[in-house]
Design a binder for this molecule. Structure first.
Ligand code: ADP
Ligand code: AMP
Length: 209
């Protein structure tokens, strides 16, 4: 099962990806998480990526494509994977489809008016990357590992505006790309997390039966 999650930043891709990967036992590959790890260890890739991420821009295609191809070539991806945050440009999609065709491109859809609230209220665990929202979780440490929660630099309002513009211009065209490839499915994410998850399961179970 090769899945791709599309949708604007803050739509709930990571939240759903965690649950879907646990249920279907496939690896969750978040290019944003990989890049944040590279930044944390100050690798060459991390240092280069930081310049783009902090401005809300996309990291150049060549770097991201190489990084993702390497990851999906690993053994744990042999039976499938869920890509969260990749592809984000048509060039990235073309590079992916050339090596590993996608079965389901799932568009996690939420109205633009809701996105800012979701992103600006997001808190992430520094230690394990778990994601929370201030409206439903008020502690300042992670309930899974006790790590400190923080607001991502690129989740500050001034950067979010750029990220949404980048999504509209560079990533949204992927909806047309995957629609043409006949594997686009849209899921309404403007509902409670569990309901959204059930809709994704219904879709995938229907297709795998
Ligand atoms: P993405 O990976 O698409 O950027 P996240 O999964 O990190 O989005 O979700 C963004 C924020 O919205 C997080 O704080 C998360 O807790 C919250 N969130 C996710 N799904 C929902 C939902 N269905 N309803 C309300 N809040 C949600
Ligand atoms: P995310 O965690 O998915 O919101 O990604 C955070 C940031 O990492 C994005 O705003 C981009 O700067 C960068 N990034 C993540 N995935 C990609 C990608 N596929 N292509 C380019 N940049 C990416």
């Amino acid at each position: 099962m090769k899945l791709v999650f599309l949708g604007p930043p803050g739509a709930g891709k990571g939240t759903q990806a965690e649950k879907v990967c646990e249920r279907y036992r496939i690896p969750h590959i978040s290019t944003g998480d990989i890049l944040r790890h590279e930044m944390k260890i100050s690798s060459e890739l991390g240092v280069e990526a930081k310049g783009y991420i902090d401005k809300g821009l996309l990291v150049p295609d060549d770097l991201i494509i190489e990084m993702t191809k390497k990851r999906i070539a690993q053994e744990d991806c042999a039976a499938g994977y869920l890509l969260d945050g990749f592809p984000r440009t048509v060039s990235q999609a073309e590079a992916l489809e050339a090596v590993s065709p996608t079965d389901y491109a799932i568009n996690i859809d939420v109205p633009t008016s809701k996105i800012i609230k979701r992103i600006c209220g997001r808190r992430v665990c520094k230690a394990c990357g778990a994601v929370y929202h201030i409206s439903s979780y008020t502690a300042d440490t992670c309930e899974k590992c006790g790590g400190e929660l923080y607001l991502r630099d690129d989740d500050k309002p001034e950067t979010v505006e750029t990220r949404l513009k980048v999504y509209e211009e560079q990533t949204k065209p992927l909806l047309g790309y995957y629609d043409k490839a006949d594997c686009l499915y849209t899921i309404d994410s403007d509902r409670p997390v569990e309901e959204v998850f059930q809709s994704i399961c219904t879709l995938l179970d229907g297709k795998t039966e």
